[in-house]
Ligand binder design. Structure first.
Ligand code: UDP
Length: 343
């Protein structure tokens, strides 16, 4: 199989590429603006890479959509700070640019595996979000935070409609707070632009307080990247066509933590690494308002638990990694071989 991954250097793209190159005989064609996470694959025969931008390198993309069997358009802005500060850029990249790619796949009869998001459920009151039954609930237009999930939701709907009207072969997957090695750069202090786990780790390593937005009672289900990749690989293998025209939540309902619990769990776990124990013990936890942290246009989601019944039924997939194990593997990646901070 020939797999086209746009955004191949991203958190999901690089982990998927590693799995494909080590576990299958498939070929990967990848595009990204950066290559720091995929350097080890650049000399690999079954991997071709172009450093480029989906809004610029259109001919390269069209050529490779034609050449490949399946397209994964993974390029997107997925950081809440940007939803609030520059909502139009989120719409342009996450919706407009990706729509072009999806249309191209439809034109050439190629399969699309598209990353929707757990964020599409928004403030849905259901205890567990169901792909085919839960309502998608958003705040007002004056809260631009929702432009990300609204863009993704509309693209989900467009893809599903193209499936019905034009026979587009597709699968949508919804990651629930995936984490693991190569998540974000813990040395890049872009507050609000990194996902919460790497933001907190950055704060510990740089002697800054951990900030709990609005108290940190909001909850997320943290899903270890390799579990997510297991699900994605089964979707790509598509046994008996069971992934076709389906949406799958890929999340770990048993790793449901409040953000405050995450902060404590992380401090305790970092403290078990002797070189970092002093920094962990010194870390303060403070509370900040969402308005101060993200700006006026932010609104949070208080709970987000996936139903994974459909992924189990159709794909035989369940998350296997408990939070403690996943956190340990993530911290080994970030801390082993790293110099201790000056505290
Ligand atoms: N958060 C926080 N402090 C931070 C960064 C994030 O309290 O320094 C909160 C954020 O408000 C959200 C949760 O952590 O409720 C998860 O944030 P993230 O950006 O990782 O992902 P989300 O699930 O919101 O897309």
């Amino acid at each position: 199989m020939r797999v086209l991954i746009l955004g191949v250097n991203g958190f999901i793209g690089n982990a998927l590429t590693r799995r494909i190159l080590t576990g299958t005989d498939w070929e990967v064609f990848g595009l990204d603006v950066g290559s720091d996470r995929i350097e080890e694959f650049l000399s690999e025969k079954r991997f071709r890479f172009l450093e480029g931008d989906i809004s610029i390198n259109r001919e390269w993309i069209e050529y490779h959509v034609k050449k490949c069997d399946v397209v994964l358009p993974l390029v997107a802005i997925a950081t809440p700070a940007t939803y609030v500060k520059n909502p139009l850029s989120v719409f342009e990249l996450d919706f407009e640019e990706n729509l072009r790619i999806v249309k191209m796949a439809a034109k050439y009869g190629k399969r699309v595996v598209f990353p929707s998001t757990s964020e599409v459920y928004g403030m849905c009151p259901d205890k567990e979000f169901d792909e085919d039954r839960s309502s998608l609930v958003y705040g007002p237009i004056a809260k631009p935070r929702w432009i990300y999930s609204a863009s993704k939701q509309l693209l989900d709907r467009v893809i599903a409609a193209m499936g019905t009207a034009q026979g587009l072969q597709y699968t949508l997957f919804r990651p629930f707070n995936w984490y693991g090695p190569h998540l974000d750069n813990v040395d890049a202090p872009k507050e609000g632009s990194s996902r919460v786990l790497t933001q907190f780790l950055h704060n510990i390593l740089y002697g800054r307080p951990i900030k709990l937005v609005d108290g940190g009672a909001q909850r997320r289900c943290f899903t270890y990247i390799e579990d997510g990749i297991d699900g994605l690989m089964t979707i790509l293998e598509n046994p008996k066509g069971k992934a076709d025209s389906q949406i799958f939540n890929l999340g770990n309902p048993s790793a449901d933590l409040s953000i405050a619990q995450l902060a404590h769990a992380l401090i305790d776990a970092v403290a078990t690494y002797p070189k970092f124990a002093a920094a962990a013990k010194k870390t303060r936890i403070v509370k900040v308002s969402a308005k101060d942290y993200y700006g006026e246009g932010y609104q949070d989601i208080t709970t987000r638990v996936p139903s994974v019944a459909k992924a189990k039924r159709l794909l035989g997939w369940t998350p296997k990694t408990d939070f403690e194990t996943g956190l340990r593997k993530t911290l080994d990646f970030y801390l082993k071989g790293r110099k201790p901070p000056e505290v």
